[in-house]
Write a protein that binds this ligand. Sequence first.
Ligand SMILES: [Zn+2]
Length: 349
Amino acid sequence: MPKLIDIPEGTDVVDVRKKMNKLLSTARNSAKPDKCILCGKLQTSFCNSHSVPQLSLRNIADNGKVLHASLLMGIDVVDIEKGVNNSGTFHFICNECDGTFFQDYEDEQNLKSIPTDKMLAEIAVKNILLQLSKRGQEKELYRELQKQFHAYSNLENLEGIKELDVRDYEEELQFHKDIADNNISGGYQILYWSVLPYKVPIATQSAIALSKDFEGNEINNIFDISESVRMQFMHLAILPLKEESVVLAFYHKRDKLYRKLRHQINSLSEQKILQFLNYIIFAYTENYFISKTIQSAIESNDKLAELGQENSGYPNLGFLGPDNLFGMGYQPVGMDKIPNFLDCSWAVT
Ligand SMILES: [Zn+2]
């Protein structure tokens, strides 16, 4: 399988892993805010919040462990197997908010009935919190890399772009939080919701700025980073329950770029929709967790590896040869080229 980061032969991988972990934890610590972004109260310690509810992670865990997306990103130096306790977590809100704000949706019974607007708002808030926390960490990671290795010649530009992201995410967070706090209804548009009668081997939850719809037409222009452009997100949640799975995709009606996709989805079969959503997980997100039962199916699939390293239909660094720096002629991996893990044939028992 091609790897994004090639580790020279003879390198002490354990040593590199230790250094990476230290760097990441330094970045994590300096990225901690001083107050809880949900309630505004000053905090000295933050909750170990799960972006994907533990109730779902536990349902696909093997001896308490799940596999992480780094399995596909070709990053050898990061652990690919982790305990549920450390999977997809962020430290950005207080214990009290973590224990109360998401109660409606983090509930197996509620998840099995048509989601309320409050539940959808809670999911959106959680997804945006994860993005904000990641951005904060990335910024500190850049600074740390710069301090130790002088890795960037244009750190200010890079930070400027991240600031724009943060501004948008903060607005987005407040927007969905208001809906949850005030129980406002009628704003969300569900693209797809289903309770599948089997347990899928993947758990995920993410805000996604989709760049192309089902037919390949543009939705967000993700290369336009001008200040006036606001990315529009759809939210995806794939949550395995004890014997069933909830598959949910939605957006807020203010995000009109998704209207065409809604019409497309309305005319697709369930099988096609699941195939599309399965593709979105691997093409756009990294916040997914996998049951060990499909580890070998994933590791032996070159198309999945290729897709995991694509950036919106363009090959990522790992695939750009010195004679073709722009990836011209590259054929993006199609949704029918990868296994559909949401299909019942991949169900875990
Ligand atoms: Zn709080």
